[in-house]
Design a protein around this ligand. Structure first.
Ligand SMILES: [Zn+2]
Length: 129
């Protein structure tokens, strides 16, 4: 899951976190709260550096965990976009499953043909003997 840091519009008052530092505006990428904006303590970063994740280094603890939603609901257009993505995903999975099934059927046919050919060969050899 990722989070996108946003520029703050001039009309918005930047809230201060209880630690005394200003908040930053972020946008959720999670499904339940898709693209909803929220305030987060400027000292807190969700995503640890990729290298740290690869090496299994525990991420440093955030200094504080202040968070506050700005948008209370997912916007209809964002919800529609998300639904579109999910539909696309379902369609891709359906196509992959279909292709896999076709490939299995094709292999089964080839095996069946080889089996019949082998049987025919044995039959011919018996007749010739
Ligand atoms: Zn803070």
């Amino acid at each position: 899951m990722g989070y996108t840091r946003l520029p703050i519009p001039a009309s918005m008052v930047l809230p201060m976190c209880f630690c005394g530092d200003p908040c930053k505006m972020e946008k959720s990428d999670e499904e339940e709260t898709y693209r909803r904006r929220y305030w987060m303590c400027g000292n807190w970063a969700f995503d640890p550096p990729v290298q740290a994740v690869i090496r299994g280094v525990p991420e440093p603890l955030p200094l504080c965990d202040f968070e506050e939603w700005i948008d209370t609901e997912v916007k209809p257009e964002d919800r529609a976009f998300l639904e579109g993505c999910k539909e696309f995903d379902r369609e891709m999975k359906r196509r992959i499953a279909l292709r896999k099934k076709e490939e299995e059927e094709r292999k089964a046919k080839i095996e069946e043909r080889a089996r019949i050919a082998a049987l025919n060969k044995v039959e011919r050899e018996i007749k010739l003997a």
